[in-house]
Write a protein that binds this ligand. Sequence first.
Ligand code: MG
Length: 306
Amino acid sequence: MVDTNGADRITVVEVGPRDGLQNESLSISTGAKVRFIEALADAGFSVVEATSFVNPNAVPQLADADLVMRSIRRRQGVRYLALVPNTRGLDRALAADVDAIALFTSATDAFARANVGATIAGTFERFTPVVERARDRGCWLRGYVSVAFGCPYAGSVPPEAVMSVATDLFALGCDEVSIADTIGSALPDQVSDLLRLAKEALPLDRIALHFHDTSGRAIDNVLAGIDGGVRVFDASAGGLGGCPFAPAAPGNLATERLLAALSDWGWETGIDRQAVERAVVELMAARGGERCLVGPAVAPPNEPER
Ligand code: MG
């Protein structure tokens, strides 16, 4: 059973403006993105992953990262994360007053090569100068471990491999490490097995879990994560961002589904679910293209969850 007593809260990290929009073929104005991020912060999230400073040619959906970060009204107490892949991205991020940075690596060399053209070790070589300068500027750092429960290229991923990368990210100076089920194949037993190892060797209070609902198991995996001691979970408003490996299938766990489940289980999040739904409705109303990656597990924002 989940412990529903006491002051324990779950932190939900809202990744829709970055991880969601990056994977959607929507045309969204900078102004609409800014309003979306502001609405999410107003809804009560303490962390919003706002944008990415990757090469604009590679991810044109987020090419306006500089303007977005400069334009948002920053709410006190809210952390606005931005993805930074290299020193060029860091230059842009720092110029836009970013103070919380996300770094991406993978649990397998095969995925790292396909995704960013480097081995896992190669990604860490890129991170080192980024982290040094980001630390000098007082930035908060989050590391991501992609394909932690299954890889589209390497197949199964042993938990020891995830542990090794997560350990290295903490050693590098990450304040938090988010362990991601990028292809949505994780099973609750896998989550439990990994967290049993993590409990021995990692600061569990600085671990986040990032589940995809591709196989419909995201909520079960969250429950396994809570049982294993994790209190930080990523989710994407409206389920934005389909599965990059299964067209038209759900990707990111929808924030609304997560909030409904957490509420059912008696956990506090401090987040207003209706305000999240309104933020998604407003974003969709402002879009210039058709949304094409909506999966069946994602409830329409203005309809009941279940
Ligand atoms: Mg994701």
